[in-house]
Every structure is written in C-alpha cells, then in structure tokens.
Design a protein around this ligand. Structure first.
Ligand SMILES: C[S@@+](CC[C@H](N)C(=O)[O-])C[C@H]1O[C@@H](n2cnc3c(N)ncnc32)[C@H](O)[C@@H]1O
Length: 229
C-alpha cells in the first residue's frame, strides 16, 4: 500500500505557521512603550506612526535596496522614541540630519518639539511630507544637505571622504535657521561617519545642544562633544 498523505492536516499546519509568523511580525512592530507615560491617545498615535514607518521601510528595502545602493536604513524607532520622551520640553527645537521618510521628525513633533528634518533625496522628502499630513503632524521637511555651506570635514590623517553622506545645496538656507539654533540634533550615521557628525556639531552646533547618535546597538547622547551618561 502506498504512503498515505493527510493533505488537510498539512494545510492546517501551514496556515497555523503563517498566522504565527504574522503575529510575531506584528508583535515586533508594536511599540514597546512599557514604563513610558504618554498623555491621551499619544501612545496609540506613536504606535501607528512606528508601524507605518516599518512598513514603508520594508517596501523600500524590497523594491529598491535589493537592486541599488541607497543610504536610507531605518533606525529602531521605539529605541529613538524612548530617548526623545526623556528629552522633550515645550518649545525645544529638534533637527533630524538625513530624515528619510520623516518618522523620527514626526515623532519629535508629536512629542511637542518644534521639529525639522533635512533630507537630500527629494522623493523621500515628498513621502515625509505626506506622512506628516496623514499623522496630523506639523513637522517640517526640507530637501537639501545637512552640511552647512562651507563646512569641510577632514579626519586627523587628512582624509576628506564623507562616506555615504552626499553633498548638495545646504538645507539650512531654506529652513532659515542655522544649526546653532537647534537644541536637539539626531543623526543615524553609517559606520565610520560618527566622527564627522561630532565635528559638525562642534564647529556649527550650539555648545549646550544635545547630539543624539543612533547606532545598531542603541542611542548615544552627546553634550558639548562629551558622551553623557
Ligand atoms: C542611515 S539613513 C537614516 C534615516 C533616518 N534618519 C532614520 O534614522 O531612520 C541616512 C539618510 O541620510 C540621507 N542623507 C545622506 N547624505 C545627506 C546629506 N548630506 N544631507 C541630508 N541627508 C542626507 C540619506 O538619503 C538617508 O535617507
């Protein structure tokens, strides 16, 4: 007698596996806001924003980054959120260097910062503006470079290469505000680019401003060029 195969059972098992995978993905995306006190419906709004951001990046990664290099890699949004919650205060001015789809700048706006993003890729700026509208955010986005006009990066050995950071017309002109007017600045550098961000802040930032550097292992908080506890 030939081997009997229970196709109904196998299909059910597959469906269960699919559901499990879907639930695990949803759980991963869910904002882990444990211990973070957020007023009204802010937690839900931020959850929805982080979820939208993760979906957009997944699509961008599948459709674009599989074929071509692009410097846009999304930060770990819940990790950034936890840091921004600690730093928020009415009227604080926030700037995101390389704001891509705008999730972090919108997050900062929803948390009460006066929030701006500068991004060199015009199509990402468009997406960020649409996303801000959809999430009832007043975050503002400018197409341009976060490098101020005239800024030159030189490593101690004389190397001037900027890695994945593109050059172009400075975004501060359009913003109408120089870097030194921002209280909190956020950057997600590629490996080897953090030193340039620190130098940029030292040369053009305000001495008592906070520089947030996102890394694959978490957030670094700098004040006056020194790593804060
Ligand atoms: C690593 S991604 C970070 C994206 C986003 N900040 C986040 O954390 O999810 C770096 C972004 O910087 C942008 N970028 C590169 N050079 C830039 C420049 N000179 N000025 C503004 N944006 C730049 C890239 O297009 C990309 O979207």
């Amino acid at each position: 007698m030939g081997k009997r195969t229970n196709f109904g059972f196998q299909k059910r098992q597959k469906d269960i596996e699919k559901q499990k995978k879907k639930a695990a993905k949803a759980e991963k995306k869910k904002l882990r806001a444990d211990g973070i006190e957020l007023e009204g419906d802010l937690g839900e709004r931020l959850d929805a924003l982080c979820e939208a951001g993760a979906d957009i990046f997944d699509r961008f990664d599948n459709d674009f980054r599989q074929n071509d290099f692009h410097a846009f890699v999304a930060a770990d949004y819940p990790v950034v959120l936890a840091t921004l919650v600690e730093l928020r205060a009415p009227g604080r001015r926030f700037l995101e260097w390389g704001s891509a789809t705008g999730i972090i700048t919108i997050m900062a706006d929803l948390l009460g910062f006066e929030a701006y993003g500068i991004e060199i890729d015009g199509s990402l700026v468009e997406q960020a503006r649409e996303l801000a509208d959809r999430h009832a955010s007043r975050a503002r986005f400018t197409k341009g470079s976060f490098l101020p006009t005239g800024y030159r990066w030189k490593q101690p050995g004389g190397d001037e290469r900027l890695g994945t950071i593109s050059t172009g017309e400075s975004g501060y002109l359009q913003l109408g505000m120089p870097l030194e007017e921002f209280d909190v600045v956020f950057g997600y550098p590629w490996p080897g680019e953090e030193a340039m961000m620190l130098d940029l802040m030292r040369v053009h930032g305000r001495a008592n401003a906070t520089l947030l550097i996102h890394t694959p292992t978490g957030m670094k908080v700098y004040r006056g060029g020194e790593l804060a506890a």
